[in-house]
Ligand binder design. Structure first.
Ligand code: HSE
Length: 285
């Protein structure tokens, strides 16, 4: 039997829609795999009642098939589905790493990313690797046109998860299909600034690059209390705030020492909007 811990992730970071992702220290799924004549799946933990155990409908079933690695796969969910924290990606990434080891398939971490991406497609309809890449490689990742770049960034963050559900499919429906050249220029500038900040482990610079004039404003409409939460986190010293993945979680980049205050303000911001929320004080890593 092999056991792996598969971390939550946050995709996009505002300016890097469908490109940027970061791995978070917590929450995480725990995946256990054991060889079996055919694949079976059991799911427990956060939101497990919404996750199918049928291998044809579960993200890890597709991963087992792609690796020709039938197994009993036990998933203990720490990352709630429909959270914006890469729930299905965590399971797909964890299963890819665990099954590769169980069957000695010999694939590198980079080679496992598209395999886990196929698993992701089962639930999201499209194979995005912006969550599975950081879940497998760690740190900050750039997934662009089939190329992957990973940067060993390590910074404090708060991921604040409200008790509302936003499906990736719904959140993709509101993404504008066109952008003005001014917005494209601003987004490119912000994405470049963010990348430089991640390479330098500089939360101030990285936070400056998280603003996005195109996708985030449309998605923020789906998250009750988003503006209050964002303003509260920035006032408490967060260096950048954005929607985590497809939402509803909100990600705030912090400096050492202000994470607790940022977390408190974010939870209170959601409470002011009548929404219960929990804040993970965690770290990119
Ligand atoms: N980049 C994706 C999105 C992440 O924001 O829709 C979820 O797969």
């Amino acid at each position: 039997m092999i056991t792996v811990r598969a971390p939550a992730t946050s995709a996009n970071l505002g300016s890097g829609f469908d490109v940027f992702g970061v791995a978070l220290d917590r929450p995480a799924d725990v995946i256990r795999v054991e060889k079996a004549p055919r694949t079976t799946i059991s799911v427990t933990g956060a939101g497990s009642q919404y996750i199918p155990e049928d291998p044809d409908k579960n993200t890890v079933g597709a991963v087992a098939e792609a690796l020709d690695a039938p197994a009993h796969i036990d998933i203990d969910k720490g990352v709630r589905p429909a959270s914006g924290l890469g729930s299905s990606a965590a399971s797909a990434a964890g299963a890819a790493v665990a099954l590769n080891a169980l069957y000695d398939r010999g694939l590198s971490r980079e080679e496992l990313v598209p395999v886990a991406g196929e698993g992701e497609a089962v639930v999201s309809g499209e194979a995005h690797v912006d969550n599975v890449a950081p879940a497998i490689l760690g740190g900050f990742t750039i997934a662009s046109g089939g190329d992957l770049t990973a940067v060993r960034a390590r910074m404090p963050v708060v991921a604040c998860l409200p008790e509302i559900a936003v499906s990736t499919r719904d959140a993709r429906r509101v993404v504008p299909t066109q952008a003005s050249i001014e917005d494209v220029v601003e987004t490119v500038g912000n994405a470049a600034t963010l990348t430089a900040g991640m390479c330098r482990n500089d939360p101030k610079l990285a936070g400056k690059g998280m603003d996005d004039p195109v996708v985030t404003p449309a998605r923020a409409e789906l998250i009750t209390g988003y503006e209050t939460v964002r303003e509260g986190a920035l006032a408490a010293g967060a260096t950048g705030v954005t929607v985590s993945g497809a939402g509803p979680a909100v990600l705030a980049l912090c400096r050492e020492g202000n994470r607790r205050k940022v977390a408190r303000e974010m939870v209170e911001g959601f409470a002011d909007a009548g929404v219960e929320a929990r804040a993970y004080q965690t770290r990119i890593g």
